[in-house]
Design a protein around this ligand. Structure first.
Ligand code: OOB
Length: 542
């Protein structure tokens, strides 16, 4: 077990192995097996590029050897920030084969987030896109490297020949497979987090292979399936629920979309005969609107999975008729637990619930504020433990002491109830996170940045209901002197190197922040205030 990771207790791990859930298979081996079975079939499609299973496997081996040649060793961490391109898959599997550990950054991350990820994981390398969507990641990479002593190597999708290595040159004769411990962390996902600094989630080979295989079985994925990766690959939903890895395990084809617009994606569905895809509700809504005038051939679609944020019933009802396929609701988290509606579930279940846990070994509790289970059917905090849910964040003992119960249940911070037939309905949240589209924003993180502005005495960030994004962020500020405008604030946070999706959508000024009887900022009161106050004077685009 890698230092800084919390293993499952021995007896629990033994139980998962004895039950055949954890089979000791690594992610690197999973691709090897798939290549042996499906060699000439198409594994990946991106634009005009088509990569067969055999080619993918070979490329992965050569890149693993190339990384080793650059001095990356088993156990070391590598921050990976790439768009939806075949190299994303090649880099990650190459690192898996080497026993090095990808740390998934979001494409929108900037110096604040990348710096933090490198520091907290002690990353030795950062794989970056070069210039992407008009942003030069190479300058960011140099700044972060100057600041983080562990960071030695920069690999770029379009190397500039100076201090970043071109990924296409990471290529060497393979030396044969390295032995790996399947109970070790394979990679790290980023938490949607409640803390000022995001936490990192170790996912082991055992737990992730189990999740992916079970989710693929649930969907009945096979060689005749084509999965369209619309959302970013680094999102757990896209990567392994069953997503990219589940499709590769099943001998299907993964099509990589550059962006989630209906125009591009409908054309890909028609051209590649896509059968399965996964969306967040806001993108599903855009697709529904586009469907009213775009008559692309979507007849190959069999399932559209929707998750990442609450899907309103009125939207859910439109999915199957508009796309001519089944809807599957997915509630999930990078930390582990997945609940899903099943093919063949009654309409009320599919439209009105987030389904049942993926595994029979998932344990779920719904707890009241006193920590005890609520009465059947009542709303409480969802707690969970199981064969693919983490037992601790990476290198975060203090946070782990509050995020988990003594007997290892993870406190999700989500409010939910269970229906009589065991389906989960998500009712809200107690964690201080705004879910904007599918993006998770830690209020504490943004507040910390706002408080660095001159004259800002207090700051509270809340999520205000929004028809399209689900929620938008509103920053309540107590200031002395001149009130900063929204564009000024956004620019200042942007210049601090904060990802753009975290910049507030709206700012409001108050004389003081309301507090609860316990002395905490009363965020519910602020949400009500934001909903009541006239948005036209407060919302300034910028
Ligand atoms: C997925 O993962 P994360 O880590 O980005 O976010 C997890 C949080 C959950 O704790 C919950 O607050 C929210 O996102 N969430 C949902 C939801 N799915 C996720 N809230 C309401 N309804 C849903 N269906 O978002 C994620 C990971 C794997 C699969 C799907 C989603």
């Amino acid at each position: 077990m890698l230092d800084g990771c919390t293993p499952w207790p021995d007896d629990v791990a033994e139980r998962y192995r004895a039950a055949g859930l954890w089979r000791g298979e690594t992610l690197g081996a999973l691709l090897r097996t798939a290549a042996a079975r499906f060699g000439p079939a198409t594994a990946l499609v991106h634009g005009d590029r088509r990569v067969s299973y055999a080619e993918l496997d070979r490329r992965v081996d050569r890149m693993a050897a190339g990384f080793a040649r650059h001095g990356i060793a088993a156990g070391e961490r590598v921050v990976v920030q790439l768009p939806n391109v075949p190299e994303f898959v090649v880099v990650c599997f190459a690192l898996f084969r080497l026993g090095a550990k990808p740390v998934f950054a979001l494409a929108a991350h900037r110096s604040q987030e990348i710096g933090h990820l490198c520091r907290i994981t002690g990353a030795v390398a950062y794989v970056l896109p070069g210039v992407h969507r008009g942003f030069d990641h190479r300058q960011l990479a140099r700044d972060v490297r100057a600041d983080v002593p562990s960071l030695r190597l920069l690999f770029s999708l379009d190397g500039d020949g100076t201090d970043t290595v071109d990924l296409s040159s990471v290529d060497a004769e393979p030396d044969g497979p390295a032995e790996q411990d399947p109970s070790d962390a394979a990679f790290f996902l980023l938490s949607g987090g409640t803390t000022a600094l995001p936490k990192v989630i170790p996912r082991t080979h055992d737990d992730y292979v189990y999740q992916v295989r079970t989710a693929a079985e649930l969907l009945g994925l096979s060689t005749s399936d084509t999965y369209l990766a619309v959302l970013p690959l680094e999102f757990n939903f896209t990567w392994g629920c069953p997503g990219v890895i589940g499709t590769l395990l099943s001998g299907g084809t993964v099509v990589l979309a550059d962006d989630p617009t209906a125009d591009d994606c409908f054309a890909l569905v028609a051209r590649e005969r896509v059968t399965v895809t996964s969306l967040v509700p806001s993108i599903a809504q855009l697709w529904l609107e586009a469907r009213e005038w775009a008559d692309a051939d979507l007849s190959s679609l069999r399932v559209v999975q929707i998750g990442g944020a609450k899907l309103q019933r009125s939207v859910a009802e439109r999915i199957a008729p508009a796309f001519g396929c089944e809807l599957q609701q997915v509630f999930g988290m990078a930390e582990g637990l997945l609940t899903l509606t099943r093919p063949g579930d009654a309409p009320d279940v599919v439209l009105g619930t987030q389904g049942r846990p993926l595994s029979e070994q998932d344990e779920i509790r719904i707890a009241g504020p006193d920590g005890r289970d609520v009465a059947a059917g009542e709303v409480g905090e969802l707690l969970t433990r199981g064969p693919y849910t983490l037992r601790g964040y990476y290198r975060a003992p203090e946070h782990n002491a509050v995020a988990f119960t003594e007997d290892g249940f993870y406190r999700t911070g989500d409010l939910a109830r269970l229906t009589g037939d065991g389906n989960l309905v998500v009712e809200g949240r107690i964690k201080d996170v705004v879910i904007r589209g599918g993006d998770k924003i830690s209020a504490a993180e943004v507040e910390g940045h706002l408080l660095t502005r001159p004259g800002v005495l207090r700051a509270a960030v809340v999520g205000v209901p929004d028809d399209f994004l689900g929620e938008r962020t509103c920053a309540y500020l107590v200031v002395t002197g001149q009130r900063p405008s929204l564009p000024e604030l956004k620019r200042a946070l942007h210049e601090r190197g904060l990802a753009d999706y975290k910049l507030p959508d709206r700012v409001e000024f108050v004389d003081d922040l309301p507090v609860t009887p316990l002395g905490k900022v009363d965020k519910k009161a602020l949400v009500l205030l934001a909903e009541r106050s006239h948005p036209s004077t407060a919302t300034q685009e910028g």
